[in-house]
Write a protein that binds this ligand. Structure first.
Ligand code: NAD
Length: 471
């Protein structure tokens, strides 16, 4: 049993705290956000994450997990301090490290007499952990303090599973004592033969960025292939499937769509571009990944605009706001970029999301759109429905019912959830992403009897051609 303080009780901190308590440690989770700690003390979970409430309740019940407002006291009492505060993007794309160094200052002022290790779990540019260590050693004046980097790879929506059964644990630690402590903390994972990568601080930090940048690149890559499919009349679904059958490529992260979003990929790719430049290097592939992703969000707006013959005064039902299913996290969600683009062009938006609507209402954009209690209500009387997030309820919609409710039966399936032919059979003009097969386009166009204006065939290809001419 190790006494652990987790500073920052957001997605990563709360999941880390609850899971480490479940491993048998004695954990206190602290945060500067008093409201969040009050919620947790009342037994409420501040965000949506499947299974987290049960895990938190169980470990509070057995006394291994508690919450406190007093960051200093928690840090003073614990030999191991996990730093899980946010590292949001600054306006130039670099990571804001103010919270990480604020935690460093609190630890420096509360080192106490004994040994302490600060475990840096926040995603922070290469060099952050060493800088933190330098500052803490100066404050310790001969006392013993270590800093380790232990990047987190959990996935929102499956956070507990991905923390408890990770593909690997990365431990950046440069003293035997810190390495021993971290190995001890993660010992339960040895039983399930989780690979442990023990390495230096800089390598550990870079592993996190390299992993996220690679996954983001895979998404931008397949999105570019999807756009090419639309231009040449190929089907990205089949292209990706066949590509993924090659073991060297793999099937995952090859789903064409509206572009990635969320609290990690956008900010981590941008931060990597910035810190690489600071070190005199360019990561051109990552720069391209960022640019392709931004363009993909806007391409979705143009896709809708072109197919509807303009969106001014038209009502668009947006299905799915969260950046991915099973979370209420709206940070950098593609839906927000798409909604903003449609609003700018004069569209009226009615949105639905199974869990993220309260968070959306709290945003400025939430005041400019309407919300509906379910997908069919959102679509009722709308000029088109747009699936932005592939929540399970949107995977098994009654397409005929959806088509009957829409004023114009047009479906933009930005996650390629449906087969174009099925949508066409339900009477919907179907627009997926990268599903440019000539046959599919024909069926979709034919099957739109109630559409006042004939939807453009392969609109993205037309737009691309126009752009090409302009150049
Ligand atoms: P979050 O915004 O949900 O939580 C951060 C918490 O830190 C907030 O509750 C905030 O109040 C608190 N905080 C800020 N400054 C503080 C301070 N000085 N002292 C105490 N608490 C403070 O963020 P998150 O999504 O949990 O991400 C945390 C870090 O983990 C980020 O660096 C992120 O990139 C990384 N990460 C996130 C995920 C993810 O899926 N969310 C996955 C892997 C890594």
């Amino acid at each position: 049993m190790i006494r652990i303080a987790v500073v920052g009780t957001g997605y990563v901190g709360l999941v880390t705290g609850a899971c480490l308590a479940d491993f048998g440690n004695r954990v206190v989770c602290v945060d500067v956000d008093r409201g969040k700690i009050d919620q947790l003390l009342r037994g409420e979970i501040p965000f949506y994450e499947p299974g987290l409430k049960e895990l938190v309740d169980r470990n509070r019940g057995n006394g291994r997990l508690r919450f406190d407002h007093d960051v200093a006291a928690a840090v003073r009492a614990a030999p191991v301090v996990f730093c899980a505060v946010g590292t949001p993007p600054l306006s130039d794309g670099s990571a804001d490290l103010a919270a990480v160094f604020a935690v460093g200052d609190i630890v420096a002022a509360n080192l106490g007499g004994g040994y302490k290790v600060v475990v840096q779990k926040s995603t922070a540019p290469v060099g952050t952990a060493r800088e933190l260590w330098r500052r803490l050693r100066r404050a310790a004046r001969g006392g013993q303090v270590d800093v380790a980097s232990n990047p987190e790879f959990l996935r929102e929506g499956a956070a507990i599973e991905t923390f408890m059964r990770p593909d690997r644990v990365v431990i950046g630690a440069e003293t035997p004592r810190a390495t021993r402590l971290l190995r001890e903390i993660y010992r339960p994972l040895y039983l399930i033969e989780t690979p442990m990568v023990v390495t230096g601080l800089e390598t550990a930090e870079l592993i996190k960025y390299a992993s996220n940048a690679f996954l983001a690149t895979k998404i931008s890559f397949i999105n570019e292939m999807a756009n090419l499919c639309e231009a040449v009349g190929a089907d990205v679904h089949t292209v990706a499937k066949a590509m993924g059958l090659d073991g060297r490529i793999g099937r995952k992260f090859l789903h064409a769509g509206p572009g990635y979003g969320g609290s990690c990929f956008p900010k981590d790719t941008s931060a990597m571009v910035r810190f690489a430049r600071r070190h005199g290097e360019r990561v051109r592939l990552v720069e391209a990944t960022v640019a392709v992703n931004r363009a993909q969000h806007q391409r979705m707006v143009r896709k809708i605009e072109t197919a509807l013959g303009g969106v001014r005064g038209k009502r668009v039902a947006v299905l799915g706001l969260a950046f991915k299913p099973e979370t209420d996290d709206l940070r950098a969600a593609p839906a927000l970029a798409i909604i903003a683009g449609l609003l700018r062009r004069g569209a009226e938006i009615v949105a639905h999301d199974p869990v993220a609507m309260d968070n959306a209402r709290a945003l400025p954009v939430g005041k400019r759109i309407a919300f509906a209690p379910d997908a069919y209500a959102a679509a009722a009387g709308a000029d088109a429905a747009v699936i932005v997030t592939e929540w399970n309820p949107y995977r098994r919609l009654d397409l005929k019912r959806l088509a009957r409710g829409l004023r114009r039966p047009v479906l933009f399936d930005l996650r390629n959830v449906y087969e174009p032919a099925d949508a066409a059979r339900a009477g919907l003009a179907y627009h997926g992403v990268g599903r440019g097969t000539r046959a599919a386009a024909k069926t979709a166009t034919k099957a739109a009897p109630r559409t006042a204006r004939k939807p453009a065939r392969r609109p993205a290809a037309k737009a691309a051609a126009r752009r090409g001419k302009k150049r």
